[in-house]
Structure formats: C-alpha cells, structure tokens
Design a protein around this ligand. Structure first.
Ligand code: ADP
Ligand code: MG
Length: 261
C-alpha cells in the first residue's frame, strides 16, 4: 500500500515536558487510522505538528514521500492535507451552498474573478457535495441557523471541496450526542471510502473507534505503545492496563450491548 502521510521520530517538548516523544507511523492510501490515548497523551500536539500549527522539536513529516516538516499550515493544507470540523471555517451569513461554492472557488483559485459573488459559480458541484453529506434539503439555508450536526456535515463538504489527499480529524464528534456521533462517523466513513481519501482521526468514544478504524495506534505519555488491527489493539493487555485502566472502556460494549463488536 502507498504511504500517504508519514511521521518519522516526531517529537515535541514544551519546556521540560515531552508531549510527543519519538513517534513514527504512516497513514496508507485509503486507510482510516485512529490515534487514541488518554487525555494528555499528546494526540492534539501530534496533529498540530502534522498540520503545521506547531513546529516539531525533532523529527520529520512527509506527504507522499516529500518533506513538509515545519511548513506553514496554509501550505500544508494546499498540498492536500485537509481538516474537518472547524466551526470557524464557515461563513454564517452565507447559505450552505454558498459556503461550499466559496471553498470550490478558492480550491480552483478563482477568488479574484468573483466580484460580485457569482451565485452560479460551482453551484452544481457544491450541490453534489452537499447531497453526498445529506444536506441537499438545506442548501439555501443560512449557516447561522444550522443545527450543530448539520454544521459538521457542512464542514465535511467544505473539506472535500478542496479535494484532499488525507483528512486529519481531531475529535470530530466532540460535543455531539452519542446517536448523532455514530451517524456522523458512519457518513464520514462512507463518503471518505467512496472518494478514496485517507483519514487520521482521534476519538475518545471507543465504540466509534472500533466500528470505523481500519487500524489503531495507541499513544500514552507521548509514546506510541501499540499499533495494529482493531482486534489486536483491543486484546493487547498492555494497552488495557496502561491506557484503559484494566479494560473498563474496552469491556463497555459487552455491558451496553453495543452492536459494534
Ligand atoms: P491529548 O490531545 O492527547 O489530550 P495534548 O496533545 O493536548 O494531549 O497534550 C499533551 C501534553 O502536552 C499535555 O500534558 C498538555 O498539558 C501539554 N501541552 C499541550 N499543548 C501545550 C502547550 N502549548 N504548552 C505547554 N504544554 C502543552
Ligand atoms: Mg486533544
């Protein structure tokens, strides 16, 4: 399988605290890779280095084999490392369709030819993307009035408008009700798989991780302590001890009767 995004010896120290410590991994093409670990494990720090928000203390990040370490976030994003679920990425006074049209215009670099805003520019493509994320019935509503879950689906459409090679999703379902979370993640998985986009995501809901990840990496105190298939990671006694304090969360689906085995 082709290596899409690769971290080599990625390290970030904040003063004396080594938040991410010599972490190496790669996301392969079409893969949904989950990065899990307890609070403070270093997941967001790791994401921030991959996206260019934080400069690594040591180590390298490669996209399709080309070094992107330390580039500005915008440059990394332009190279095809997309992000989802940033509420600030939408324009509340514009409609749902216009928001996606703006993203398409920016992706096709036509920002200077759009004065006044060309209402028809990329409208069909925008509607296709919005249908894909099941927002067709809301295309002409203003973003300001959207429900939280709809806004997140809109942000997925906006991210896809930029035709990313890989999407980085740090806790994509944070703040959502459990049933909405499962729905959003199912939709995300379907859309991503149909477009062949790779995904690296963090998520604290283990049911979601087990149901959707192709592979899981476990981070604890900045270090990767396990990596493998969903089954292998679930069964790993080291992971259960270190990360889950004796397997309480891993055992939860048996207690709750979750369908995600
Ligand atoms: P996670 O996302 O896994 O919960 P984080 O990456 O947010 O973990 O944090 C890892 C560790 O780094 C924590 O101990 C956190 O307090 C620390 N940390 C994160 N960002 C900073 C920062 N900007 N300055 C200092 N310490 C930080
Ligand atoms: Mg975090």
């Amino acid at each position: 399988m082709k290596r899409i995004l690769e971290a080599r010896g990625l390290t970030k120290a904040f003063g004396g605290l080594v938040a991410v410590d010599d972490v190496s991994f790669c996301v392969q093409s079409g893969e949904l890779l989950a990065l899990i670990g307890p609070n403070g494990a270093g997941k967001s720090t790791c994401f921030n280095m991959l996206m260019g928000q934080l400069k690594p203390t040591k180590g390298h990040v490669l996209l399709n084999g080309v070094e992107i370490t330390g580039l500005a976030p915008r440059r990394i994003w332009e190279k095809g490392v997309g992000r989802t679920f940033q509420i600030t990425a939408t324009y509340p006074s514009m409609t749902v369709a216009e928001n996606v049209q703006m993203a398409l215009i920016s992706h096709h670099k036509k920002v200077y030819s759009m004065r006044p805003f060309a209402r028809e520019l990329y409208r069909e493509e925008a509607i296709d993307l919005l249908s894909m994320v099941e927002l067709f019935d809301q295309i002409d509503r203003h973003c300001a009035v959207l429900a939280y879950g709809d806004l997140k689906r809109l942000e997925l459409a906006i991210a896809l408008a930029h035709d990313p090679i890989i999407l980085l999703m740090d806790e994509p379902t944070a703040g959502m009700a459990p049933s909405e979370r499962i729905k959003l993640m199912q939709l995300t998985t379907e859309v991503i798989e149909s477009r062949g986009v790779s995904v690296l995501f963090t998520e604290h809901d283990m049911d979601i991780v087990f149901a959707h990840a192709h592979r899981i990496m476990v981070l604890n105190r900045g270090k990767l302590i396990a990596e493998g298939s969903v089954d292998a990671v679930r069964r790993d006694p080291h992971v259960q001890d270190v990360y889950l304090g004796g397997g309480t969360v891993f055992g939860r689906e048996h207690a709750s009767g979750s369908p995600y085995q």
